[in-house]
Design a protein around this ligand. Sequence first.
Ligand code: URA
Length: 231
Amino acid sequence: MRADALLSQFGYCSRREAPLWIQHGRMQSGGKVVQKPAEKVDAEQVLVDGQPVPFVHGLYVALHKPLGYTCSHRDCGELVYDLLPQQWLRRSSGLNTVGRLDRETSGLLLLSDDGRFVHALTSPKRHVSKVYEFACAEAVPPSAIGLFASGTLVLEGESTPCLPARLELTGECTGRLTLQEGRYHQVRRMLASVGAPVIRLHRTAIGPLCLQDLGIAPGEWMEIDPGVFNS
Ligand code: URA
């Protein structure tokens, strides 16, 4: 690809600013300083300001979403994207969250600029399991375990029942819920439907990725291998 196109595509600067970056000798390819914006370069061989181009083959990251952050590109208040390097947001491929967590839900959130990866993981056909730990304001009736597992629960305003979900109770008002799908406010709505409004919600795992094993603190992110979802 052209040197100037690489700089803008990977979010370093605008296409208009790129010639100046190149003129200032900030880009090297195969050990030589790139001289012209039109010069053909290989992203894997390029250094910009002495550093390799990050995530040449796509961005796949896990973020420990703190409470109070919104999964949106344009919303008022704090956004999950504020927690990431701003250069990523200027990449032409566009970074998105894999599904969403509510503003008042914390935990594991995946982000990628690979549209096919995002789509594959959010597809209801894929059945990627998501594990949530919750606390409710009221006791959760033990009968909810069978109801959620039965695949017959129809949420208010919907016509198709939720897929079978695994509910484990760790206390009267606390527990863990494993879902195979991701409907709008699903955990809160399922628990509200059995008279137990959620007051705390935290996602601990998505498929094989577990927040505790990743060891990332609230607000921190790390690169992940998208291949872990293929097995
Ligand atoms: N279910 C919810 O109710 N909220 C979330 O953030 C995720 C799942």
